[in-house]
Design a protein around this ligand. Structure first.
Ligand SMILES: Cc1cc2nc3c(=O)[nH]c(=O)nc-3n(C[C@H](O)[C@H](O)[C@H](O)COP(=O)(O)O)c2cc1C
Length: 345
């Protein structure tokens, strides 16, 4: 399947996007700095991490910091909660305190026990009337209302397709569907046939999620009728997979992201470090950055040196000196300072 997006963009669920490869909502990962990184890589849309409705209603500072920022469009704000009225109030607060997103999405997908036990996230598949009421509570705000959910498993009164029907009838305009049940968490392989069957029932309104790493994965979801595809663990594992996928789909891409030199990878890391430091301070940024180290330097020699050195770094100048040293050794074809493993995800 090749680029079929018209020059002005494609509309999915009431939002205009340049392409169908999107950064998934990822708790503690899809923070503003990471969303900016993936926009530079070329994704068509980003999601915030899941934002607590209750936290917003209580004016929690950390929760408010998760809201969309200026210049992020198109960005989707993802909310989670257990109750429709509170979710409505939380969106009202989000629109006052943060930038207006292009859509709001309700998390009906999170399987984590703490969330599930409270009747939130994927538990909503067992509570269709509450799920429906949540969508209805957000529709009056005039933003497209989206939902992210999973396959219906044991304990769910409706099939996945019938659950989606309830959501669409209540006013949702797009559903992102992860092809695993809540009980499966993130294990095993996602069921693309099941996602495809729902996509065939609701043409243009289903976004596929699960095991997206390579161009073939994205093409597979699109060929099954999904309107777009979410990049999640695959994006963290290989930050530069986005431009490769987009090029394979016919969307082109800038050379500095398609074939990045070591210096360009270092620049990506330092940009991310600076953006993260603005959000959480230098020390916090160094901790967050470790998650992306493998993904930025994937496939290059020097893994051991970088991991060991960056693991102990607590400020920007030390980070810069470590990566510059690595870059120099690499360019000169020198030894690996303690190991020759490649940096792999
Ligand atoms: C660390 C992590 C955090 C996640 N956080 C969220 C989240 O906040 N909201 C959400 O709807 N899904 C979340 N997900 C699910 C992903 O968006 C995605 O649906 C899932 O990882 C399946 O895609 P993959 O197999 O390509 O990773 C998270 C997944 C991971 C691994």
């Amino acid at each position: 399947m090749k680029n079929t997006t018209p020059p002005g963009g494609q509309e999915v669920g009431g939002v205009t996007v340049a392409n169908p490869l999107w950064l998934a909502p990822l708790a503690e990962i899809s923070v503003p700095a990471v969303r900016a990184l993936f926009r530079r890589m070329g994704v068509g849309l980003t999601h915030t991490e899941m934002v607590s409705s209750s936290g917003l209603c209580h004016g929690n500072r950390a929760t408010l910091a998760m809201l969309p920022r200026r210049g992020e469009a198109p960005v989707v704000l993802q909310l989670f909660g257990d109750e429709a009225e509170e979710m409505g109030r939380s969106l009202e607060i989000a629109l006052i305190r943060g930038e207006r997103p292009q859509a709001v999405q309700i998390n009906m997908a999170c399987p984590v026990r703490k969330v599930f036990r409270r009747g939130e996230g994927a538990r909503l598949l067992e509570r269709p009337p509450v799920a429906e009421a949540m969508v209805r509570a957000l529709v009056p705000f005039g933003l497209p209302v989206w939902v992210k959910t999973r396959l219906a498993g044991r304990g769910c009164p409706l099939s996945t397709g019938d659950f989606c029907e309830v959501l669409f009838s209540a006013g949702a305009s797009c559903v992102a569907l992860h092809g695993r049940t809540a009980a499966q968490m993130y294990e095993g392989t996602g069921d693309r046939d099941a996602v495809g069957a729902v996509a065939a029932r609701f043409p243009g309104r289903i976004v596929g999620s699960g095991d997206v790493y390579a161009p073939e994965d994205v093409q597979d979801y699109l060929s099954r009728g999904c309107a777009a595809v979410l990049l999640a663990r695959g994006g963290v594992r290989d930050v530069y997979s986005t431009p490769k996928i987009l090029q394979a789909l016919g969307y082109g891409g800038a050379p500095e992201v398609l074939n990045p030199t070591p210096a360009q990878r270092v620049a990506t890391l330092m940009n991310l470090a600076d953006d993260m430091a603005e959000e959480v301070g230098e020390r916090g940024a160094m901790i967050l950055l470790r998650r992306f180290l493998s993904g930025i330097f994937k496939g290059l020699p020097g893994a051991t040196f970088l991991r060991r050195s960056i693991g102990t770094v607590t400020d920007r100048p030390s980070l810069e000196s470590v990566v510059r040293r690595w870059e120099q050794v690499l360019v000169e074809g020198g030894t690996d300072h303690g190991g020759s493993g490649t940096v792999a995800g």
